[in-house]
Design a protein around this ligand. Structure first.
Ligand SMILES: [Ca+2]
Length: 141
C-alpha cells in the first residue's frame, strides 16, 4: 500500500513539474533515452532542430568544417564518456564565440545560448588537454 501511495505522489509531483517547468525541460531525459536506444555513433551528435530533431550530423573526430551542416546545428549531444569537444563559431577552429562540451552533456536548444545555427567546426581535445577538461573554455552549464 505504501508503494502505491508513493507512486501516486510521485506521479502528481511529476505532473506539476511538467506544467511548471520551462518548455521541454521535463521531457529531456526521455528524449535522450530514446536517442541512446537508437545507438548513435560515439561522438558528437548535432541536430538540425531542437532536441536533435531534423537532420543529424555526427562528428566522431576533429573537423575543420562541417561539410553540409555549416551553421545548421540547433542542438548538440556529446555522446561519449571521455571526450571533450570544442564547438567553434567559424571554420578551422576560429571564432571568439565557442563552447566546450563535457562527456555526456546535452544541449537541447543551442539558440538559448545564442549559439544556434552557428557551429562551423569542432575539435576534440587530445589526451593531454583532456586532463584539464573544459577549464579555460566557456561552457553551457
Ligand atoms: Ca558559423
Amino acid at each position: 500500500m505504501k508503494l502505491v501511495s508513493y507512486a501516486a505522489v510521485l506521479a502528481g509531483a511529476l505532473a506539476v513539474m511538467g506544467a511548471a517547468s520551462p518548455a521541454g525541460a521535463a521531457s529531456e531525459t526521455t528524449v535522450r533515452q530514446q536517442v541512446t536506444a537508437d545507438a548513435y555513433p560515439i561522438g558528437l551528435v548535432l541536430g538540425e532542430n531542437q532536441r536533435l530533431g531534423g537532420k543529424q550530423f555526427y562528428a566522431t573526430y576533429t573537423l575543420s568544417e562541417l561539410v553540409g551542416f555549416n551553421d545548421k546545428a540547433s542542438s548538440a549531444w556529446n555522446n561519449t564518456t571521455d571526450k571533450y569537444f570544442i564547438l567553434y563559431d567559424d571554420k578551422s577552429f576560429i571564432g571568439g564565440n565557442n563552447y566546450c562540451m563535457r562527456p555526456g552533456e546535452y544541449v537541447w536548444d543551442l539558440h538559448q545560448f545564442n549559439f544556434g545555427d552557428k557551429i562551423s567546426s569542432v575539435r576534440v581535445l587530445d589526451a593531454v588537454e583532456s586532463r584539464s577538461g573544459c577549464n579555460g573554455y566557456r561552457t553551457f552549464f
